[in-house]
Design a binder for this molecule. Structure first.
Ligand SMILES: NC(=O)c1ccc[n+]([C@@H]2O[C@H](COP(=O)([O-])OP(=O)(O)OC[C@H]3O[C@@H](n4cnc5c(N)ncnc54)[C@H](O)[C@@H]3O)[C@@H](O)[C@H]2O)c1
Ligand SMILES: O=P(O)(O)OC[C@H](O)CO
Length: 333
């Protein structure tokens, strides 16, 4: 199968490596010209996935049209906030029958769109019929090292979901299908915001109790938003929900959790972002998910506090106090 992968960050590179190793004719598009030259010469993504030699069959390009030319499957893996611009450049280049998969995790600022909604707006409504959200507990580095990992391909079109499942699955990378594309997308976007909260908690010196509470109540927020957007509760009990939430809130490889830890230790957001080349989607999604919750009148208190800490100068300890002092009530999901 011919596959184009758009975005050579750590995740796009790791996923392109999976399908190339599975025997598919794969071309990886990189935004940075020096990365195209570097990967072509050394088979190593020295900027975003250092130290890991990529499959010999993987091709690299800096041309978007070359990456998707003749592709039966196009995988989008840029940061969510630049997705619309990248897709606009690809609008006339992608084959109208190609499966469109996204492994990006976020909600667009301003429009409050998920990636599937961005695709529909830019490429036309029919794009939703061939859209697949690929998400789960998967640190790029561990996938690239071949450590056993599981993920979900969610789509309203089960033929498209099965195409992605077949293309990516191998003995160390197991892909499940789901018919809940929006649930799979929302799980990936919201868990990043909750992971910042979990990091803040650890950075403040709180314990395992606090972190477990944030994960559990974060899951309740994810479910509530999902219900308001037509997702299925069961999706959030699975890999793209609880699985990814647990990974990101507890794993030291998480960029979102790391941002939170540093905030909890007293660093400013500006200082943290200034020394970070990689993307921590939760930083921007804290604003967009919080706005989405307000628009849909969904109660998401942890998300709201993360937003206030990041953008409202609220001290993290005060935010925790406010969360703990909310009205007492029965436990609800
Ligand atoms: N890294 C992971 O373990 C992982 C796992 C699952 C999902 N994701 C998601 O994958 C998406 C991509 O993240 P990543 O971790 O691969 O990225 P990264 O942090 O490793 O690298 C940043 C990426 O952003 C790209 N970029 C920056 N400015 C750009 C622009 N103006 N136009 C186009 N591209 C630009 C860079 O080229 C690079 O590909 C995110 O939504 C992330 O949440 C990441
Ligand atoms: O490093 P993070 O926090 O962006 O998380 C990476 C993946 O989304 C984990 O599944």
């Amino acid at each position: 199968m011919k596959i184009g992968v758009i975005g050579a960050g750590s995740w796009g590179t790791a996923l392109a490596n999976v399908v190339a190793a599975n025997g598919h004719e794969t071309t990886l598009w990189a935004y940075e010209p020096e990365l195209v030259a570097g990967m072509s010469a050394t088979r190593i993504n020295h900027l975003f996935l250092p130290g890991i030699e990529l499959h010999r069959g993987l091709q690299y390009t800096g041309s978007l049209s070359e990456a998707v030319q003749g592709a039966e499957l196009v995988l989008l893996v840029t940061p969510t906030q630049v997705m619309r611009g990248v897709l606009a450049s690809l609008q006339t280049e992608i084959d109208s029958s190609a499966v469109l998969a996204s492994a990006s995790k976020g909600i667009e600022l301003g429009t409050l769109c998920t990636v599937s909604q961005i695709c529909s707006q830019v490429l036309g409504e029919a794009a939703e019929q061939r859209f697949v959200a690929l998400s789960g507990p998967t640190f790029a580095k561990e996938v690239a090292l071949g450590l056993p990992s599981l993920i979900v391909a969610g789509s309203t079109n089960q033929v498209a979901a099965h195409t992605v499942q077949a293309a990516f699955s191998n003995p160390v990378f197991r892909v499940y299908t789901s018919d809940d594309a929006i649930g799979v997308e929302l799980g990936g976007a919201v868990k990043n915001v909750i992971a910042i909260a979990a990091g803040i908690s650890d950075g403040l010196g709180f314990g395992h109790n606090t972190r477990a509470a944030l994960i559990t109540r974060g899951l309740a927020e994810m479910k509530r938003l999902g219900r308001a957007m037509g997702a299925q509760d069961a999706t959030f009990a699975g890999l793209a929900g609880m699985g990814d939430l647990v990974l990101t809130c507890t794993g030291d490889l998480s960029r979102n959790r790391t941002v939170g830890v540093k905030l909890g230790q007293g660093q400013t957001l500006e200082a943290i972002m200034a020394e970070m080349r990689m993307v921590a989607e939760g930083v921007k999604s804290a604003e967009s998910v919080n706005a989405l919750a307000q628009r849909l009148e969904v109660e998401m208190p942890i998300t709201q506090k993360v937003y206030e800490i990041l953008y409202g100068n609220k001290p993290a300890r005060q935010a925790v106090l406010e969360l703990m002092s909310r009205d007492l009530k029965p436990e609800q999901a």
